[in-house]
Ligand binder design. Structure first.
Ligand code: 5GP
Length: 211
């Protein structure tokens, strides 16, 4: 059985990764979502085990020490990380899994899973990005300023990704990501191994069974 695809959706802070990912999952319920662990406090309406696994710093550090995370990053004073086992199990079952994570973590995933599909979400413009960070209304001014400077640095990391998707409209951004996933499933490498195996079975000479 073919392994599932590991899809990493990343991009600068405030570009709308969360919104696009939620809509993509609504449209494609077959896409498995990797719930991250974090040390930040839950926002209103967020549920443990659904949006994040909310952890104490001590528990998170224990997860790091026991290699329970595929990657982790410290972002604006909090830890965020991807639980490893769930990702590996899902891929082995042949299912696609999507990670919605910030750029440093995405680069670490790329080191371990270079065969992953790395999608960078771009804002329609830098001004738009600023409006989105300010407009979220849930953060203090100091946090907003920090997030803005981080976002500009993050834009430079586009180079490491396989695909760039402009988040101009959620609908079309989702459609483009879905097309990328479809195209990745059609890569010839995903068929070669199985095809050669079947061909060998069909060709008696190569099995040594020819008379
Ligand atoms: P927020 O606090 O707004 O939910 O998330 C802050 C940032 O952390 C977002 O850019 C989000 O994509 C990122 N993030 C969420 N989960 C993970 C994770 O498991 N690993 C990493 N590296 N980043 C994450």
């Amino acid at each position: 059985m073919n392994k599932g695809l590991l899809i990493v959706l990343s991009g600068p802070s405030g570009v709308g990764k969360g919104t696009v990912c939620t809509e993509l999952r609504r449209r494609h319920p077959e896409l498995i979502y990797s719930v991250s662990a974090t040390t930040r406090s839950p926002r209103e309406g967020e549920r443990d085990g659904v949006n994040y696994f909310f952890k104490t710093r001590e528990h998170f550090q224990h997860m790091i020490a026991t290699d329970a995370l595929l990657e982790y990053a410290e972002y604006v004073g909090n830890y965020y990380g991807t639980p490893r086992e769930f990702v590996e199990k899902t891929l082995a079952e042949g299912k696609d899994i999507i990670l919605e994570i910030e750029v440093q973590g995405a680069l670490k995933v790329k080191e371990k899973f270079p065969e992953g599909v790395f999608v960078f979400l771009l804002p329609p413009s830098l001004n738009e990005l600023k409006q989105r960070i300010v407009g979220r209304g849930t953060e203090t001014q100091a946090t907003i300023d920090h997030r803005l400077s981080v976002a500009v640095e993050e834009m430079n990391l586009l180079y490491h990704y396989d695909y760039a998707v402009v988040n101009d409209q959620i609908d079309s951004a989702c459609s483009r990501i879905a097309s990328i996933i479809t195209a990745e499933h059609c890569k010839r490498e995903r068929f070669l191994h199985e095809l050669f195996r079947e061909l060998q079975e069909l060709t008696p000479a190569q099995n040594g069974t020819e008379r």
